[in-house]
Write a protein that binds this ligand. Structure first.
Ligand SMILES: Nc1nc2c(ncn2[C@@H]2O[C@H](COP(=O)(O)OP(=O)(O)O)[C@@H](O)[C@H]2O)c(=O)[nH]1
Ligand SMILES: [Mg+2]
Length: 216
């Protein structure tokens, strides 16, 4: 019995979330503002990627970044130095952002002023993939320092991803990791999923990533 009750509460929360996510999507589509949900482990390079994009593209485009983290506004502080508008949401114990939090953040601004919205979701490879925050695409950032098994160990997240980034390729030899093997392994598991190798340190792959999402 308690199990049935739990499932129904969960479904209600999910239904309400999806309704808000659709509202966000509709509003953005009317204004023609793309939004990308960036997921990935703590330390994979999500904030560094958004710093890079802010440095390279915020002269031509006005970028808005919504950062989700359990505590602190470190990520928002880091990215805003490069010219993007950042809003930090602290989730406390929450392991992912929810659509109502994104809607609250967007409602606090005139979003028509922005050309592109990024969400940096809470850092982990499990929870964020199952929740719609009203974005056009979900992108997972992983890195060579996480070792060669990440794609195999997180099937739900990679199945839900529209694109995967393999970051920190500058560290591949130091980590004794073969990039080609990782990408081929991912292709076997998720034939539809494209993996873009990047480094925020050398800039490798960052223009390809930007092109894939329509940022440049
Ligand atoms: N060598 C190397 N380090 C990176 C790269 N991208 C990020 N880092 C470093 O990885 C650490 C975690 O990055 P951060 O962007 O905070 O990860 P997040 O937790 O996913 O937002 C920082 O020390 C970054 O300087 C990269 O491409 N190469
Ligand atoms: Mg971060």
């Amino acid at each position: 019995m308690p199990r049935v009750i739990n499932i129904s509460i969960d479904q209600k929360i999910q239904e309400k979330n999806d309704l808000i996510a659709s509202r966000i999507r509709q509003k953005r589509q009317e204004l023609d503002i793309p939004m990308i949900d960036i997921m990935g482990s703590v330390g994979s390079g999500k904030t560094s990627i958004l710093e890079y994009f802010s440095r390279e593209y915020s002269i031509d485009k006005k970028l808005l970044v919504i950062n989700g983290d359990l505590a602190t506004d470190i990520d928002a502080q880091r990215i805003s130095r490069f010219g993007s508008k950042c809003i930090q949401i602290n989730t406390g114990r929450g392991c992912h952002l929810m659509a109502f939090q994104i809607e609250q953040a967007l409602n606090a601004l005139d979003i028509a002023e922005y050309d592109f919205i990024f969400v940096e979701n809470v850092g982990n490879l499990i929870c964020p993939s199952s929740t719609d925050v009203g974005a056009d695409k979900k992108i997972t950032v992983t890195s060579v320092t996480e070792g060669p098994y990440v794609f195999r160990k997180h099937p739900v997240t990679f199945r839900m991803s529209d694109l995967a980034i393999l970051n920190k390729v500058d560290l591949a030899s130091a980590m004794d990791v073969n990039i080609e093997e990782i990408i081929n392994g991912s292709k076997e598991l998720y034939p539809q999923l494209e993996v873009v190798p990047t480094s925020t340190k050398t800039g490798v792959g960052m223009d390809i990533f930007a092109k894939k999402i329509g940022l440049n």
